[in-house]
Design a binder for this molecule. Sequence first.
Ligand SMILES: C[S@@+](CC[C@H](N)C(=O)[O-])C[C@H]1O[C@@H](n2cnc3c(N)ncnc32)[C@H](O)[C@@H]1O
Length: 230
Amino acid sequence: MGVKVDVAALADFHRLIERRISGEPLQYLEGEVQFGPIIVAVDRRVLIPRPETEYLYDLAVRSLASPPKVVVDLCTGSGALALALKTAYPGARVMATDLSADALEVAIGNGRRLGLDVDWRLGDLWEPVPSELSGSVSLMVANPPYVAETEWDHLPIDVRQEPRLALVAGPTGTEVIERLLDQTGTWLAEGGVAFIEVGENQARPIFERRNDIEVVIDQFERPRFLKLRR
Ligand SMILES: C[S@@+](CC[C@H](N)C(=O)[O-])C[C@H]1O[C@@H](n2cnc3c(N)ncnc32)[C@H](O)[C@@H]1O
């Protein structure tokens, strides 16, 4: 008795194996990833959301004594943080920005598929956020690029399949983080809070230079988040 082989399915399978062997991350091949309460679609236009960023989502939710009115996710990529927060707080006005039109297309698609109303904006950090929201943001989250230009060549091959703009910030790696820290204070409402994800070797030196932030550890006990309060 012969075994029936679906030739087309076998060819698809071989193509997936070839893509994986060439270093393409598994999540791009699967096309989706779980993030907190939601599943988001991912492809080469966006960074694959990491477990540390999922922890940042938990951290943000745990830090809030009451549901936030206005939530902003800067550097949204696939929209994972904005969409998870909109799921947790359906009554909140949620806005998300990204400098990459390609990434924003993925985020918009995710929002549509999940039926979640997020206000997506193209542009640099806070620049596309309407000025009338200044002083009224209850929660800001950001996972900005934080890799130094010189580190790019040393990243694992599968990480280098992700968008360079999502990872590399500039010569030192802290350029975008520093701009976020300088810009965010005035946007926060009284009692508002901001969480910024950073590289594990970046948190302490930044903390030592500034007197307005706290360092928060991740689920692996590494200093990975900066917390700003108003
Ligand atoms: C590390 S990825 C984070 C994506 C998503 N928030 C996550 O955690 O999975 C950084 C994102 O920031 C975007 N980006 C880079 N520079 C930016 C800037 N100056 N303003 C807004 N977005 C920026 C990139 O296009 C990328 O989507």
